[in-house]
Design a protein around this ligand. Structure first.
Ligand SMILES: *[C@@H]1O[C@H](CO)[C@@H](O)[C@H](O)[C@H]1NC(C)=O
Ligand SMILES: *[C@@H]1O[C@H](CO)[C@@H](O)[C@H](O)[C@H]1NC(C)=O
Ligand SMILES: *[C@@H]1O[C@H](CO)[C@@H](O)[C@H](O)[C@H]1NC(C)=O
Ligand SMILES: *[C@@H]1O[C@H](CO)[C@@H](O)[C@H](O)[C@H]1NC(C)=O
Ligand SMILES: *[C@@H]1O[C@H](CO)[C@@H](O)[C@H](O)[C@H]1NC(C)=O
Ligand SMILES: *[C@@H]1O[C@H](CO)[C@@H](O)[C@H](O)[C@H]1NC(C)=O
Ligand SMILES: *[C@@H]1O[C@H](CO)[C@@H](O)[C@H](O)[C@H]1NC(C)=O
Ligand SMILES: *[C@@H]1O[C@H](CO)[C@@H](O)[C@H](O)[C@H]1NC(C)=O
Ligand SMILES: *[C@@H]1O[C@H](CO)[C@@H](O)[C@H](O)[C@H]1NC(C)=O
Ligand SMILES: *[C@@H]1O[C@H](CO)[C@@H](O)[C@H](O)[C@H]1NC(C)=O
Ligand SMILES: *[C@@H]1O[C@H](CO)[C@@H](O)[C@H](O)[C@H]1NC(C)=O
Ligand SMILES: *[C@@H]1O[C@H](CO)[C@@H](O)[C@H](O)[C@H]1NC(C)=O
Length: 409
């Protein structure tokens, strides 16, 4: 079966089929490794992402979420008598990742995972204090019976030094026999029915990736989307996600410093996609209505919450309504109710999904115009009443003066 990304690796006597699914910011990877006889020796399909923090020369901490672009699998191999199989991956300009497998009696092990990054690469780690290649090694030792395929939808997080690695929706089999991937599944403990976890429900296992409920305002970030004409979408906002499960709410502030953005623009619809180490994606989809106004129509989100993936979508929203050619602005806190389980609180918002000129916001329509509309007639009424009273007062004062004038003379 031919696949894009077919790349025979020289000298190792095996053929490699690989496929990076979706856009460059997808975290899904798939790999078929074939041996010298063109029989599958290893199959893997998994999602992963990384978050690396580092210190800069001026002592500030920064964090980096790699881009999963230019992925190559050079160095992957089926193994031989001495070495077990391994998957070796390079991506971006500064990252490489390896996992190796070993065989022990009637089992095989996902042995260790090593991740290295070139902190000297100034484009990826601007202003980094340290130089050189940093290597993080984790001995995971997951034991799987031979000729069974390992599956784990739950989140596995490895945290070491300055690196957080997340893995989920993992399917892998090494030491594939007779070139046929096994149908017999071996589930990871977290996926086992005793602690039933479907990708959308939650476990009660405390998670190191869920930050404690923050009460403070989230940081405000500016996100943009570009096309061949330059910047086509602008959004500045602080975002707070409110997830409610089993009547318990937890609130996560989105840190703009470690949040990536991408998206697309077309005349009738525009999309902004944000992602970070726990937000697989958070999509804001804007549409045009009545030919002259835009609004927020859809929100699609997929989050890692308490080691499970929570995906929610609402394609029938109506927020942030403003005329085309202007931007929508709201400094006060607003709540976007995506579902009963998921709300987004926005702070210091300004957004323009269409007709951005020279990368700058156009005039803003403020949200006070949305919900305070009914106040306008009252305000006008009150002002008129005030004027009327003044006029009457002036009249009576004048009249009295006039009167007293008569009396004086
Ligand atoms: C290996 O097998 C695939 C189909 O499974 C085929 O498309 C490919 O041409 C084969 N390659 C070689 C070198 O035989
Ligand atoms: C697997 O990788 C670890 C760390 O890179 C290394 O110590 C170990 O020797 C490797 N095992 C095999 C069988 O190659
Ligand atoms: C990906 O590769 C292309 C061509 O080799 C190069 O121009 C581009 O800068 C690379 N992107 C990254 C993020 O390394
Ligand atoms: C690390 O990055 C620096 C700067 O881009 C480059 O000069 C160096 O060759 C890289 N090292 C490796 C091992 O790729
Ligand atoms: C610290 O360095 C970063 C990038 O190197 C720079 O953007 C920032 O302004 C610096 N901050 C201070 C306080 O010097
Ligand atoms: C692989 O082939 C051999 C010989 O035909 C057979 O004995 C063995 O059971 C096969 N293994 C599997 C997993 O099908
Ligand atoms: C995650 O689990 C912790 C501990 O059980 C709980 O306090 C928290 O509310 C959960 N978060 C979500 C979003 O359900
Ligand atoms: C770029 O701008 C031109 C002129 O305004 C327009 O015709 C064209 O559709 C735009 N292209 C894109 C990709 O938006
Ligand atoms: C989160 O959502 C719940 C349920 O809708 C609500 O009761 C709670 O006040 C919200 N918390 C915040 C901080 O918005
Ligand atoms: C983001 O970075 C800026 C400057 O580097 C810093 O002032 C701010 O506190 C950071 N925000 C968060 C939420 O970490
Ligand atoms: C959002 O999710 C809905 C339902 O899953 C889907 O129909 C829609 O295409 C998604 N939108 C985007 C922009 O991915
Ligand atoms: C979308 O919402 C409107 C009102 O908010 C409602 O009338 C309409 O039926 C909804 N459509 C769908 C497909 O849910």
């Amino acid at each position: 079966m031919p696949r894009p990304g077919l790349s025979p690796v020289q000298g190792l006597g095996f053929v490699l089929f690989c496929l990076v699914l979706g856009a460059s910011q997808s975290y899904a990877f798939e790999l078929h490794l074939n041996d010298s006889k063109n029989a599958t020796c290893l199959y893997a399909n998994w999602q992963m992402n990384f978050n690396i923090s580092y210190e800069t020369i001026n002592k500030t901490k920064k964090s980096v979420v790699p881009e999963y672009s230019n992925v190559t699998y050079k160095g992957s191999s089926c193994g031989d008598e001495e070495n077990g199989p391994k998957i070796a991956m390079q991506f971006g300009s500064a990252f490489s990742w390896t996992v190796n497998f070993t065989k022990k009696a009637s089992n095989y092990l996902i042995d260790s995972i090593s991740f290295s990054y070139n902190i000297s690469d100034d484009r990826v780690f601007p202003g980094a204090k340290d130089k050189g290649i940093i290597n993080v090694n984790d001995s995971v030792k997951i034991k799987i019976p031979l000729n069974e395929i390992f599956k784990c939808n739950s989140l596995l997080t490895l945290e070491r030094h300055d690196v957080v690695q997340n893995y989920w929706e993992v399917v892998v089999q090494a030491f594939v026999e007779n070139g046929t991937v096994s149908k017999k599944e071996f589930l990871c403990d977290k996926d086992k029915p005793s602690t039933t976890v479907t990708p959308v429900t939650q476990t009660t296992v405390p998670s190191s990736t869920t930050t404690p409920t923050p009460k403070e305002k989230p940081g405000v970030g500016t996100y943009s989307v570009h096309n061949s004409n330059g910047t086509c979408l602008l959004a500045t906002m602080g975002l707070q996600l409110n997830i409610t499960q089993d009547k318990v709410s937890s609130v996560i502030n989105v840190n703009p410093n470690s949040t990536g953005s991408s998206g697309s623009c077309s005349p009738q619809t525009a999309q902004l996609r944000l992602n970070d180490s726990i937000i697989k994606y958070l999509d804001f989809v804007f549409a045009v209505k009545n030919e002259n106004r835009f609004y927020l129509k859809e929100v699609n989100v997929s989050l890692l919450v308490n080691e499970t993936v929570l995906s929610i979508s609402n394609t029938n929203l109506s927020y942030w309504d403003a005329p085309l050619g202007s931007s929508y602005m709201c400094n006060k806190e607003q709540t976007i109710s995506v579902s009963e389980a998921f709300q987004i609180n926005t702070f210091d918002l300004r957004v323009q999904p269409f007709s951005v000129i020279e990368g700058k916001y156009s005039t803003a329509q403020d949200c006070s115009a949305d919900d305070d509309n009914f106040l306008v007639p009252i305000a006008v009424g009150a002002a008129l009443a005030g004027v009327l009273i003044l006029v009457l007062l002036a009249y009576f004062v004048g009249l009295k003066r006039h009167h007293s004038g008569y009396e004086q003379f």
